[in-house]
Ligand binder design. Structure first.
Ligand code: FAD
Ligand code: DLZ
Ligand code: SF4
Length: 517
């Protein structure tokens, strides 16, 4: 009764459910497959991260005495797909059953449900119990609610897990300390240096493979420094706890040229591929608070991202797929401007964000939400175009977490299912939270004219265009009231400036183009 246990590239956790009950004679299958490397044209660092981490994980399992069957990308017999590689492995090993853990993407879940019939062997699909909240628990939580809101889900999760709780009440007397988490950085400050894990021989081999096979994919590879083993991921966690967590809360929303990481954790890649579990990360952060090494506003804010947001977006994804992707509440239809790839735009905030993204396969939350996402929202970029970009360019991007964040949080394409209002902001917000505007061609304070920051007129144009669709969104009462109070001349000027920008060279969808349509 041999069991074949198939582990995917984001399931690199020793305690993964697919390995539960591992017995002598069982085989663990891992496969590098071309389909996964090109279902979107991932950033080169993302592919290196996953393939290198897979190879390291396979070696660790083997060192423990587990029989690992590992198929490399350059194996001439490689069929290029999960289904093809599983079929070949079933023929090789003749197992009595196959065991897998549910995947992170709908696309792969669809494949999995075919496997048993196609291969003529029982396939057991187990829950992914690395999350705090199972899909079934989330569905129960969501049932009968008029609206889903992260904050209420998060409170339930705090009660359920006991993180930062004392006698059934939140530590510090409040659930959320975000009002304290919006400080701008002092002019003179030095961001903590971050641990970069220099590629070892195995990673270098994968880098060479990716440079040849994916030469035309977006992204630099030279700066690769992501943790690719559990030991490295634990070292990254320690580094964060010691150097950055204490200021994580205060400067969570800040952006600064040349400081792409600030006080952020850089832990999402390790969490998403399984090198760290969300549970151990939250325990470590809570301990830092209890030991007096980090203040409550930082630790609560950090735990909320993982116990709240991360679990919530996963819940929404599985609750609403496959229809979720299809909604387009604001009827956005413009192509993605070319500068999202080239970085060639006079809008410095976007140029900096794209440059950071290209170099590191990373941008922090506010760059993603308030710069790259906000611009796509205001300019009405088609959901599928901006979603594909986000899935490609970040090393931590898997559809279960990318899609709700883009479709729901950033561009409001779900009409308010995930978030209560669109995160629309004008240049004043970016100016307050960053130093980007100081060296920009455009002027953040100018509302009209050739030098006016495009975010300013696009912001009001967005509300003008979507006035009716957003009328019932309670948290928008303020901007809508301001819009109604505007003179007809001012509105006409906004529409004119926006139309000219949206037809102009900044919005060209191809290199050197000058028209969007
Ligand atoms: P920190 O700021 O240190 O936060 C700590 C941890 O909290 C992160 O590692 C992450 O696991 C979790 N977290 C924080 N915010 C979120 C969130 N909104 N949703 C889920 N988890 C969260 N995160 C991804 O992991 N993959 C994505 O593809 C992704 N795409 C995003 C797209 C958009 C438009 C936006 C607005 C956010 C996206 N996020 C995504 C969430 C968030 O930006 C990243 O998790 C974060 O920037 C990762 O960096 P960090 O580890 O330094 O995070
Ligand atoms: C993203 C990715 C890439 C680039 N390559 C592989 C691979 O070769 N083999 C593999 O098992 N997984 C890979 N992955 C991760 C999968 O795409 C991921 O497991 C699914 O999207 C399910 O979340
Ligand atoms: Fe971005 Fe406008 Fe500031 Fe330029 S002025 S950096 S476009 S917000």
């Amino acid at each position: 009764t041999k069991t074949l246990r198939f582990l995917l590239g984001d399931q690199l956790t020793r305690a993964i459910s697919a390995l539960d009950g591992l017995a002598p004679g069982d085989v663990a299958l891992m496969a590098e497959v071309a389909d996964e490397t090109r279902y979107v044209r991932h950033h080169k660092q993302k592919i290196v991260l996953i393939l290198s981490a897979m190879r390291h994980f396979a070696l660790e399992l083997a060192a423990e005495g587990v029989a690992v069957d590992y198929v490399r990308l350059d194996d001439p017999a490689n069929t290029g797909s999960f289904t093809g590689e599983l079929a070949r492995a079933v023929a090789r090993h003749r197992p009595s059953r196959v065991v897998v853990t549910e995947p992170g993407e709908w696309r792969v879940r669809e494949m999995m449900s075919e496997w048993s019939a196609a291969l003529g062997v029982p396939v057991e699909i187990r829950d992914d119990d690395r999350f705090f909240c199972s899909r079934a628990d989330f569905a129960r939580w969501a049932e009968g609610r008029a609206a889903l809101r992260m904050e209420f889900f998060y409170r339930d999760m705090r009660r359920r897990t006991g993180f930062l709780m004392r006698d059934d009440a939140p530590v510090g007397g409040r659930w959320n300390f975000d009002v304290e988490n919006r400080r701008s950085l002092p002019d003179k400050f030095r961001a903590p240096t971050r641990r970069r894990f220099a590629p070892d021989a195995l990673t270098q081999e994968v880098m060479a493979l990716v440079e040849t096979r994916c030469a035309d994919h977006f992204g630099d590879l030279d700066s690769f420094g992501w943790p690719v083993t559990r030991a490295q991921a634990l070292a990254a966690l320690d580094d964060f706890l010691a150097k950055s967590l204490p200021s994580f809360g205060d400067y969570q929303d800040a952006m600064r040229t040349g400081a792409p990481f600030l006080y952020h954790g850089l832990l999402s890649t390790s969490l998403n591929i399984g090198l760290l579990t969300p549970h151990e990360v939250c325990v470590a952060a809570e301990r830092a608070f209890l030991a007096g090494r980090a203040p409550l506003n930082a630790v609560e804010g950090f735990i909320r991202q993982i116990l709240g947001w991360r679990e919530y977006v996963r819940g929404v994804y599985w609750l609403c797929m496959p229809d979720y992707r299809e909604s387009n509440a604001l009827r956005a239809a413009r192509p993605l401007p070319w500068f999202y790839w080239s970085g060639e735009t006079r809008m410095n905030c976007l140029a900096q964000t794209v440059a950071d993204t290209r170099q590191n396969a990373y941008a922090h939350h506010i760059q993603r939400l308030m710069v790259a996402g906000n611009f796509a929202l205001l300019a009405g970029v088609a959901p599928e175009a901006i979603e594909e970009w986000f899935l490609i360019v970040y090393a931590d991007a898997f559809e279960w977490v990318e899609l709700p964040n883009v479709h729901g949080m950033a561009i409001f394409a779900d009409g308010g299912l995930l978030a209560s209002k669109p995160y629309a902001a004008s240049g004043a917000y970016i100016d307050r939270m960053s130093n980007y505007c100081k060296s920009c061609f455009y002027e953040a304070q100018a509302k009209s004219g050739a030098r006016a920051c495009p975010f300013n007129y696009l912001y009001w144009n967005f509300f003008l265009e979507n006035r009716e669709r957003l009328a019932k969104t309670p948290r928008l009462a303020m901007p809508l009231k301001a819009l109604d109070a505007m003179s007809a001349e001012r509105k006409a000027e906004i529409v004119r400036d926006a139309a000219s920008f949206l037809k102009g060279p900044e919005m060209a969808p191809t290199p050197g183009g000058s028209e969007t349509e």
